[in-house]
Write a protein of this length. Structure first.
Length: 202
């Protein structure tokens, strides 16, 4: 008799609900893990584990004890990073390497990759991360300031003048682990949502 596949899903919030439902529809036994006792995705799963998604030793023990075949998560930059790290430590397959995810999650590196392959990007202004200097006279407002390595909108400001830009730079740096940011022209108009696949060659 063929063994039922087992999946460990990181995060029990709405971001993983469809992952859990789809996996169960495919006949996969699903466990959801995070540090919370409750969660909408946990209610849908076959099993729930109260383990932080950053507690790799405890997660690896769970994987080994319960014969887990794979690890997945939803649209959460925080847990995608954790998933990649966990899979590499546990010897499980994963769809992206640390390097690939760093390029996709770091706004500056991703912008450079797009420019390298002539993918159009929003015009940006030069900012020296070492000296934290910028030529304010060259800025045409409004602009948007973003930390290169934050997520869920943290540290982002739309600035209409130099005073707001100075405050926006400070706010972005406070929310950046690497203390780096990008300043781009603020594009007005309709919202655009894009889905893409990036294939990187070694």
């Amino acid at each position: 008799m063929k063994k039922q596949k087992k999946l460990l899903v990181l995060g029990g919030t709405m971001s993983t609900l469809d992952v859990v439902k789809t996996a169960k529809h495919m006949g996969i036994e699903v466990t959801v893990a995070d540090y919370l006792e409750d969660g909408i995705a946990k209610k849908e799963a076959d099993h729930a584990a109260i383990i932080s998604t950053t507690d790799y030793p405890a997660l690896i023990n769970y994987i080994q004890e319960h014969d887990i075949d794979g690890v997945f998560t939803g649209a959460s930059e925080f847990n995608i990073k954790n998933m990649i790290e966990l899979c590499e430590k546990a010897g499980l397959p994963v769809y992206a390497s640390k390097e690939q995810w760093d390029i996709c999650s770091n706004k500056k590196r991703f912008k450079k990759l797009c420019e390298q392959y002539e993918v159009p990007t929003v015009p940006a202004y030069s900012f020296d991360s070492q000296t934290q200097s910028i030529d304010y006279a060259s800025i045409h407002y409004p602009v948007i300031v973003k930390p290169v390595d934050s997520y869920s909108g943290h540290g982002i400001s739309i600035c209409q003048n130099a005073l707001e830009l100075k405050a926006g730079i400070e706010y972005a740096l406070e929310n950046s682990i690497s203390k780096q940011l990008i300043i781009e022209k603020y594009m007005r108009g309709k919202n655009v949502e894009a889905y893409y696949i990036v294939q990187m060659e070694k």
